[in-house]
Design a protein around this ligand. Structure first.
Ligand code: ADP
Ligand code: 5SP
Length: 581
């Protein structure tokens, strides 16, 4: 397809919302539309996009279908772009979640390619296509038994990490699928095909079942990254037959190249004015999409402050460990994505914000008071006692069970009393008086989230001081300069922390993936096809596209931060964290 003004869509279906961005070939954003599940689709009665029942956390699949309709309706009603110029669509979706299709799914999806399909909604049309109306969410913690089976099968967590890039995690698709097989056998028996959230959205757009993609498959604990194939021993947990044909059919083949997989279905052509030649490219995970939003160098770190907090690096070195994740890079076959993922990110910060607002009788959800307290707060709540000892505060705020460290819901406040900065500190649980709740929690939550990242990033950095070269903040909470600033002071105390001058990195990464995939397909001479790094040349201007708004630091705070013995603080942080259950 040739177009004078080719445009591309990126979609980001994350925990709390679906976003769509339209960009041009130069990666300039022309329009963004959003659907917030709790607000825009109240009939599903989700809280922050999910249903929670103890350790089980799920989302309704029909809500996502309604969100897809609504986001396209909003884009087409905005009239900021000509929808018929859209040449390619890719996406990046919350990771690990699975959609269980039944034997009617292929036909019902195919029905979307009929010219009259648009007369109904996606949710109505596909209502009978699901073996289970819910999808496990990445915040779920209910698969402890299944995780143990996964690790035992290959000889332990380190072995599983060596093979699949991660130790067993509650949220990973393999343990979640095994849970469905063991505890919901009727659903499993009715399941013909299993999509990840990413391949589910791609399939709906194409009107046919599309494959899981090379990076998102690494969030399943089933894919052997060394051989780039399914691990037969792990598949055997799901299918005891000698050829594992049932589970292999359910999972389908894996899409290893970023190239068009199908054309958009007639449903979107007739209803929203898309061009029938518009191509659907492989959809990836939201973190994998985020690393596609800018050119990254070794030791650059993206800190994504979405519902989850993640720290992301790109490396050519496959050095798996049970303390972090390694995924295939979504485009570059020579690279990998390293990741830390925290469950208690934005929602834990919102909890502290709400407690602060309640104390100060502020009825709305404003961040103003939280920000004011952060700005006036003393780093680490440091104070010098009369006997020369130094006291400082560390807090752990996990209203949901945490991934790193793997603990049940807990809030813990500790004061470190550190004579002469010596490591033999006394760690006390907080008693009344030393800790002002909730005001002292404000700096403590931001610093402790950043300390945990700094501590764990060390094993992924190759710089001599084990600090990142640059830190880029992205995701919802990166709109808040104060949050970025406090976290930046811990992660990169001198300089070199930035935020992207773009609304939503993940959705832009997804849209950029669409541009790249279409260009590769349209460049017949393979020697002229741009590698992922070459792709950014001429389309990315660091001076313009990243900003460092927190540079003008108050001098006194700066001095305090730089004089902190961080190794000592990290040591105490690690000790305090190890005491969490
Ligand atoms: N100005 C702000 N200050 C602090 N947090 C914010 C601000 N704006 C958005 N957020 C946080 O961003 C989160 C949503 O992040 P986002 O990346 O959009 O979500 P998702 O993970 O669903 O993609 C919200 O839960 C909210 O707490
Ligand atoms: O579980 C992970 C990554 O392993 C999460 O990062 C999810 O992918 C959800 O992301 P957001 O909704 O926070 O973007």
């Amino acid at each position: 397809m040739t177009q004078n003004n080719p445009l591309y869509i990126g979609l980001d279906l994350s925990t709390q919302q679906l976003k769509a961005a339209v960009i041009n070939q130069n990666l300039q954003t022309l329009d963004i539309a959003k659907v917030e599940f709790e607000v825009d689709l109240p009939k599903y009665k989700t809280k922050k996009g999910v249903y929670q029942n103890g350790k089980e956390i799920v989302a309704p699949v029909a809500m996502w279908l309604d969100a897809i309709d609504l986001v396209f309706e909003r884009l087409s009603q905005n009239k900021r772009v000509d929808m018929s110029h859209i040449q390619g669509i890719s996406g990046a979706c919350q990771q690990h979640g699975t959609v269980f299709w039944n034997d009617k799914a292929a036909n019902l999806l195919n029905g979307l390619t009929q010219s009259n399909a648009h007369k109904t909604s996606l949710a109505e049309h596909l209502a009978e296509s699901l073996a289970w109306k819910l999808s496990p969410n990445w915040q779920d913690h209910s698969t402890e038994e299944e995780c143990q089976l996964f690790e035992a099968t290959v000889g332990g967590k380190n072995q599983l990490a060596q093979l699949t890039g991660s130790k067993a995690h509650h949220r990973f698709s393999g343990p979640q699928i095994l849970k469905v097989k063991r505890r919901m056998s009727t659903v499993y028996e009715a399941t013909k095909r299993i999509s990840l959230v990413s391949s589910f959205v791609a399939s709906v757009l194409a009107g046919k079942l599309l494959n899981i993609e090379r990076s998102d498959v690494c969030g399943m604990n089933l894919w052997d990254i060394n051989t780039q194939g399914w691990n037969e021993d792990l598949l055997a947990l799901l299918d005891s037959s000698s050829d594992k044909s049932d589970i292999k059919k359910k999972l389908g083949p894996i899409e290893m190249v970023n190239r068009p997989m199908a054309s958009v279905s007639k449903y979107f052509v007739n209803k929203y004015g898309l061009n029938p030649d518009c191509r659907i490219l492989p959809f990836t995970g939201d973190n994998s999409g985020t690393i596609l939003s800018l050119p990254l160098e070794a030791n650059d770190v993206i800190v994504s402050l979405g519902t989850s907090t993640t720290a992301l690096v790109v490396t050519e070195n496959y050095a798996p460990s049970s303390i972090y994740h390694i995924f295939n890079h979504p485009i570059d076959p020579k690279s990998y994505m390293g990741m830390l993922c925290y469950c208690n990110g934005s929602l834990a910060r919102e909890m502290v914000r709400d407690q602060v607002n309640q104390k100060f009788k502020i009825s709305d959800k404003s961040w103003d008071k939280f920000n004011e307290i952060s700005m006036n707060g003393v780093p680490l709540g440091l104070s010098e006692l009369e006997n020369g000892a130094i006291e400082y505060k560390l807090g752990f705020y996990f209203p949901l069970g945490e991934i790193i460290p793997s603990v049940s819901p807990v809030t813990r406040r500790v004061v470190i009393n550190n004579k002469d900065n010596h490591t033999s500190a006394v760690i006390e649980n907080i008693k009344d008086g030393k800790w002002q709740i909730p005001t002292d929690d404000v700096v403590a939550i931001l610093e402790s989230q950043a300390l945990s990242i700094r501590m764990r990033l060390r094993s992924m950095m190759t710089t001599t001081n084990k600090l990142p070269q640059r830190v880029y903040f992205v995701g919802g909470a990166s709109n808040n300069d104060v949050i970025c600033k406090i976290m930046a002071r811990v992660l990169k105390p001198n300089e070199g922390s930035y935020k992207l001058d773009m609304a939503d990195a993940c959705v832009i990464g997804a849209a950029s993936k669409a541009v790249h995939g279409c260009e590769i397909a349209d460049t017949k001479d393979s020697s002229k096809q741009p590698s992922w790094n070459e792709f950014f040349k001429g389309r990315w201007n660091t001076e313009l596209q990243i900003v460092e708004p927190w540079k003008s630091e108050d001098e006194q705070t700066n001095i305090t931060y730089q004089s902190i013995n961080w190794d000592n603080v990290l040591e105490q942080f690690e000790l305090a964290e190890a005491q969490l259950k």
